[in-house]
Design a protein around this ligand. Structure first.
Ligand code: SF4
Length: 246
């Protein structure tokens, strides 16, 4: 789903949310729902960023940089379940190479679960999915990771270390990420599915710890509730979605 630069943010939001709603309506309860929603979100993000960012300076980000992966990452339930599937499928292969993913994720949850964005920045705790300065889940990384795009690597690294520097980041990436993520949340809400925003490490640990977490979520429960972002106001967000008509 792509939208031209002439469309308003509200049009972009409604059209994207409607497309997510169609996918949920046609695939609800089927095993491919999570992967399809995430593919739609990631493709929609990439394609719309390309349209909206046309003519802007080149980014400093590349796939082999994990400088910003000490920030708090938030994601929707489908993104969490996609990551959980990636970890479940690959955990044994990584363990053979000495990378104990499940333990890393559980340890990270214990160490940083419940921290605010500022506390997480101070903690300088690396995402457990980094190995050798690479994101091992790069292809299935959440929208929030995709939407944090910097124009200056040195400043980005300094900011991630907690230094008081201004890092020029792409407002276009932040904007498109916000529209796509909120459009997905609005569609999940209309479908009666848990539609909150979760801290990735904690929610991933929830999803990996309960074998039936995905089935619980599909049935309308919220098995990731413990990792909900406290400062994301569901009531306010719901009212905003209603006001925009999504
Ligand atoms: S999921 Fe990947 S890109 Fe996102 S914070 Fe973790 S290591 Fe970085």
């Amino acid at each position: 789903m792509t939208v031209s630069r002439d469309n308003s943010p509200s049009d972009f939001f409604r059209a994207t949310s409607h497309a997510f709603g169609e996918t949920i309506g046609s695939r609800r309860g089927r095993p491919e729902l999570v992967a399809l929603l995430c593919a739609q979100a990631f493709d929609g993000f990439t394609q719309n960023v390309a349209i909206q960012a046309e003519g802007e300076p080149a980014l400093a980000c590349h796939g082999e940089c994990a400088a910003c992966c000490r920030l708090r990452v938030t994601a929707t339930a489908p993104e969490i379940f996609l990551l959980a599937r990636f970890v479940s499928v690959n955990a044994a292969a990584f363990a053979e190479r000495g990378v104990m993913l499940l333990k890393r994720i559980a340890d990270a949850d214990q160490a940083i679960g419940g921290l605010s964005e500022a506390q997480r920045m101070s903690a300088q705790y690396a995402c457990p999915l980094i190995e050798g300065d690479l994101c091992i889940a790069y292809k299935v990384r959440p929208l929030a990771c995709r939407g944090h795009a910097a124009f200056d690597k040195a400043l980005c690294v300094a900011a991630a270390r907690g230094e008081a520097v201004e890092t020029p980041v792409s407002a276009t990436h932040l904007f498109v990420r916000s529209i796509v993520q909120n459009a997905l949340m609005a569609a999940l809400r209309r479908a009666g599915l848990a539609w909150g925003l979760y801290e990735v490490n904690g929610a991933l640990n929830c999803a990996l710890s309960a074998p039936d977490a995905l089935e619980q979520w599909i049935s309308g429960q919220d098995p990731l509730a413990r990792a909900q972002i406290a400062d994301f106001d569901l009531v306010e967000a719901g009212a905003l979605f209603d006001a925009v008509g999504a």
